[in-house]
Design a protein around this ligand. Structure first.
Ligand code: 4AD
Ligand code: MG
Length: 462
C-alpha cells in the first residue's frame, strides 16, 4: 500500500485517481448520518483538507461516527475524482484505523478563536488554519532568505550566541552567569566580581552578530548570519520580542547607496518566493488577516522604494495637519506614529537615511556634516522598522574616538578595531528582523503571532 501525504494527492492527483492509498492525519470535522459519513482530514502537509467518505460497510462504523475533533486516524481507501463539489477528489475508505481518540475537551473546537486566546494554547495553535499558514510561510521565507544570499555569493556564518562584545548596547543584553544567584554575589570595587565565573568575566547573550559578521566579511567579502537574537528591553509592544530571529548580511566594498539596493532586492526576492510557493497560505491571509495583502505584496515587488533623509522626514511630519502624541524633532528618533504616518504618506516601504548621530550606534560612519551617520532604516506599513543598517566606520582613529565619545569600552573590542588596521575597507551591513518581516508578509498585527513561542515581558510560558 502506498503511503501518501495530502499534498501528494493535491499536487499529483491524476497519478492517484482510482488507486488505493494510505493517508494518516487528524480529524478537522466529522459529519455522519445513519449509513455513511464524511471526515475532513489534515496531515499538516498541505493547507487544504482531504475529504474521507466512509459507510456502514466498515465494521467499526459506529466507533468512527463517535470520533472527536483532532483524533488521529490512518485511512486506506480509493482516490475518487469528484465533479461539481468543493474538493476535486475524495477518498472512499476501505479501512479506518483509530489511532487515538482525542479527549472531548480539545480546546480548538470548530469556531473562530481570538489570537489572544490562541496564545494561551500555544502548544496547540499550530493546528489551526491561521497558524498553519503563518508557520508554513515562516519556513518558506527562511529558506528563501538562505537561497537569496547563497545564490548571490554570500557565506553563511554562525556568530556566537554567548558573547562579551557590545554591539547594540550592553544595557539591552541578557547577562549570562553560573554564579549562584541565591547567595550574595562576590564583589570587587563596588561591582559584581565575575573573575570566578565560568568565562572569567561578565558575559552576555548576543543582541546582534554584526561585529563578528564584520570580521568574516573582511575574509569572504560577503557574509550573512541568521539566528536567534536576545534583547532584555522591557518593551511591551506589538513589534518587540525579547527573543527574535535576525538576518545580518555584511558586505565589503559596499557603501550606503549600494546597501539600500541590496536590501530592496532582498526583500523583493523573499516576498516573490513566498507568493510563488505559498499561494494557498497567502490567499488565506489575504482573506482572513489583511484584506488587500496580495495586492500590497505584488505592488511591493513592482515598486521602487522611497529613499529620504531623516531630516526631510521630520519636515514632512512637522507639516502634517495633525496632533502627535510625541512631537517629531530633528535629532530624535521616530515614534511608532511617525513611522506609520510616513509609510502611509509614501504608500509603501520607505528608506529613512542619514540619521542624527547621537541616537545611533558607535560603529556607524559619521557623514561629512559631522552631525549625521550613514545609517538607514527601512520602514514598512504595519511592522514599522523591518531593517536597520549602516555603512561602518572603517577608519581606526575615527572609530576609536567615537567609541570613547560614546563610552564604549575599547579594550574588549580590540579585535573589532583590528579590522581597521589590517586592510580596512568601506563596508556596510544591515539587520533584518525576521518576525517583523513575517508580520509584513502575512498581515499579522502582533509579533507574538508570527513566532512559535513568543518571549515578551512577563511571558515565558511553554
Ligand atoms: O536596528 P537593530 O537594533 O540593528 C542591529 O542590531 C544592527 N546590528 C544590524 C546590523 O546592521 N547588522 O536591529 C535590526 C532589526 C530591526 O530593524 C528590527 O527589524 C529587528 O532587528 N528588531 C527586533 N525585532 C523584534 N523584536 C525586537 N525587540 C527587535 N529589535 C530589533
Ligand atoms: Mg534599529
Amino acid at each position: 500500500m502506498e503511503k501518501v501525504s495530502i499534498k501528494d494527492l493535491y499536487h499529483d492527483l491524476e497519478n492517484y485517481i482510482d488507486k488505493t492509498v494510505e493517508v494518516s492525519g487528524w480529524i478537522k470535522t466529522l459529519r455522519d448520518s445513519k449509513t455513511f459519513g464524511f471526515i475532513e482530514l489534515n496531515d499538516g502537509s498541505f493547507f487544504n483538507n482531504l475529504q474521507i467518505v466512509f459507510n456502514d460497510s466498515l465494521n467499526n462504523f459506529n466507533e468512527i461516527c463517535k470520533l472527536t475533533i483532532s483524533s488521529s486516524i490512518i485511512v486506506t481507501g480509493k482516490v475518487i475524482k469528484t465533479e461539481g463539489t468543493k474538493q476535486p477528489f475524495e477518498i472512499h475508505a476501505d479501512n479506518v484505523e483509530i489511532f487515538n481518540l482525542s479527549d472531548a475537551d480539545y480546546p480548538l473546537q470548530k469556531k473562530r478563536h481570538s489570537f489572544e486566546y490562541l496564545r494561551t494554547v500555544a502548544h496547540l495553535r499550530p493546528r489551526t488554519n491561521t497558524f498553519n499558514a503563518i508557520f508554513k510561510i515562516r519556513s518558506v521565507a527562511a529558506f528563501a532568505i538562505h537561497e537569496y544570499f547563497q545564490s548571490n555569493g554570500y557565506v553563511y556564518v554562525n556568530t556566537p550566541i554567548i558573547t562579551c562584545a557590545d554591539c547594540e548596547g550592553s544595557a539591552e543584553m541578557f547577562k549570562l552567569t553560573t554564579l549562584d544567584l541565591d547567595k550574595p554575589l562576590p564583589q570587587k570595587d563596588g561591582k559584581t566580581d565575575f573573575s570566578n565565573d565560568l568565562f572569567g568575566k561578565k558575559a552576555y547573550i548576543t543582541g546582534s552578530g554584526q561585529l563578528h559578521g564584520e570580521t568574516f566579511a573582511q575574509a569572504f567579502g560577503k557574509i550573512y548570519t541568521f539566528g536567534p537574537t536576545l534583547r532584555s528591553e522591557n518593551s511591551n509592544t506589538k513589534t518587540h520580542a525579547n527573543e527574535f530571529w535576525m538576518i545580518e548580511p555584511e558586505i565589503a566594498f559596499c557603501d550606503l547607496e549600494e546597501l539600500m539596493n541590496i536590501e530592496e532586492d532582498c526583500l523583493k526576492y523573499i516576498v516573490r518566493k513566498v507568493l510563488e510557493r505559498c499561494p494557498e497560505e497567502i490567499a488565506f491571509c489575504d482573506k482572513f488577516i489583511e484584506n488587500g495583502l496580495i495586492e500590497k505584496l505584488t505592488k511591493l515587488i513592482n515598486s521602487n522604494f522611497t529613499k529620504i533623509d531623516h531630516k526631510e522626514v521630520i519636515d514632512i511630519l512637522k507639516k502634517a495637519d495633525r496632533k502627535w502624541e510625541f512631537e517629531p524633532e530633528y535629532g530624535e528618533d521616530l515614534a511608532k506614529e511617525h513611522e506609520k504616518y510616513i509609510t502611509e504618506y509614501f504608500n509603501g516601504p520607505v528608506f529613512v537615511k542619514n540619521w542624527p548621530k547621537d541616537i545611533k550606534s558607535y560603529y556607524m560612519k559619521v557623514n561629512s556634516d559631522g552631525k549625521t551617520v550613514a545609517a538607514v532604516d527601512l520602514e514598512v506599513p504595519g511592522a514599522g522598522e523591518i531593517m536597520g543598517g549602516s555603512q561602518r566606520e572603517e577608519n581606526y582613529d575615527r572609530l576609536f574616538a567615537r567609541m570613547k565619545e560614546m563610552n564604549i569600552e575599547t579594550e574588549p573590542l580590540y579585535w573589532y578595531l583590528d579590522l581597521r588596521r589590517y586592510g580596512s575597507v568601506i563596508h556596510s551591513g544591515f539587520g533584518l528582523g525576521f518576525e517583523r518581516l513575517l508580520m509584513y508578509i502575512t498581515g499579522m498585527e502582533n509579533i507574538r503571532d508570527v513566532i512559535p513561542y513568543p518571549r515578551t515581558p512577563n511571558n515565558c510560558d511553554f
